[in-house]
Design a protein around this ligand. Structure first.
Ligand code: UDP
Ligand code: MG
Length: 327
């Protein structure tokens, strides 16, 4: 029988976590021939979330919890949950019921029967989010898609069910600055998208404010793109071009029209030239830095989706025909 690990990061979710457990339990037990485990990660909650989790785990042997010594953030909580999971499939869900448990059955069908490595929820609409947050998020995803050339669209969150191969690939990515939406896209695997309508959280409040959203967006760009390091190259070449044009036209004026442009003109040209040169040097430093940055992440060079069960060393082809038993 297959087993599903349900990974739930929780930060100050005392108002909603029991309801989440009941609703999700109902949905997962309705799926035939499926064993399950809940892995709750208490991300340093300051309310009674941990007490509730202790009680749930005492009452239900399918529940487990990990409690962090302080708030490490949802990214760390998801990693810890995946690391502790023992299921053939894993699903990551928010504790606030914004990820509908009713999608678990079609998700499980997609990964267990339809051959997908992953089945992800795609939120449509942003009811419940403020207009400012919706606008900023939409534009952020447009920018990050362009900068990283990876599939990170608005609405595609962390709610997804994955098979063990994909989970193991994610666990191989041990980088400290984690941006899991980018990691899902980086590891590949065929993904089926299931749309769902955004709903307000069942109880409690969102843990995000404008400042933390900006820093999350910035982390996303820095974790998956070295494009900002190329900016000095662009500005530097523009400045060098400007210096060349100014210097050239000054020289033409002097040589052909015997008209001197004045000391200030030449000093400005030299200053622009030196600034451009400095920018180009910064760009070169950035190029070394971006190589080092990628080396430091120690990301896997490739991720295998599937291979036959023969060990690689026994690759000599034995063409002896199978001898059938004499009748
Ligand atoms: N969460 C967490 N650590 C944090 C912030 C959030 O584990 O530092 C959990 C939170 O308890 C919830 C999920 O991540 O289960 C999503 O958080 P939230 O609902 O606040 O985000 P939103 O839905 O507003 O994007
Ligand atoms: Mg939420």
């Amino acid at each position: 029988m297959n087993k599903l690990s349900i990974i739930v990061p929780c930060y100050n979710e005392e108002e909603v976590v029991s309801l989440f457990y009941r609703e999700t339990c109902r949905a997962v037990t309705a799926i035939p021939d499926l064993d399950y485990e809940f892995i709750f990660i208490d991300d340093g909650s300051k309310d009674h979330t941990l007490d509730i989790l202790r009680l749930l785990c005492y009452q239900d042997k399918n529940c487990h919890y990990i409690s962090f010594s302080r708030n490490f953030g949802k990214e760390a909580a998801m990693y810890a949950g995946l690391e502790q999971s023992t299921g053939d499939y894993c699903v990551i869900m928010d504790a606030d019921l914004q990820h509908p448990p009713t999608l678990l059955a079609p998700m499980y069908h997609a990964v267990s029967q339809e051959g997908y490595g992953c089945c992800a929820g795609k939120r449509i609409g942003r009811e419940g989010d403020s207009a400012l947050r919706s606008m900023l998020s939409k534009n952020f995803y447009k920018v990050i898609q362009k900068m990283t050339h990876m599939d990170m669209s608005d609405g595609a969150g962390d709610f997804r069910m994955m098979n063990r191969t994909m989970v193991d690939a994610i666990l191989q990515m041990k980088e400290y600055n984690r941006y899991t939406k980018g990691i899902f896209s980086f590891v590949g695997f065929e993904t089926k998208w299931l749309e769902f309508h955004n709903v307000q959280r069942a109880a409690g409040t969102s843990k995000w404010n404008l400042g933390s959203l900006f820093s999350y967006a910035f982390d996303g760009i820095l974790s998956f793109s070295t494009a900002p390091l190329k900016l000095p190259g662009i500005f530097g070449s523009l400045l060098l071009l400007a210096a060349a044009l100014l210097g050239g036209s000054g020289l033409v004026q002097q040589l052909f029209f015997h008209h001197s442009m004045g000391t200030l003109y030449y000093i400005s040209t030299i200053v622009i030239f030196l600034s451009g040169l400095q920018m180009m040097m910064t760009f070169i430093l950035g190029e070394y830095l971006s190589k080092d940055y990628l080396e430091n992440k120690k990301r896997p060079l490739y991720i295998v989706k599937e291979q036959d069960s023969q060990p690689a060393s026994s690759s000599v082809c034995d063409i002896t025909p199978i001898r059938r038993n004499a009748m």
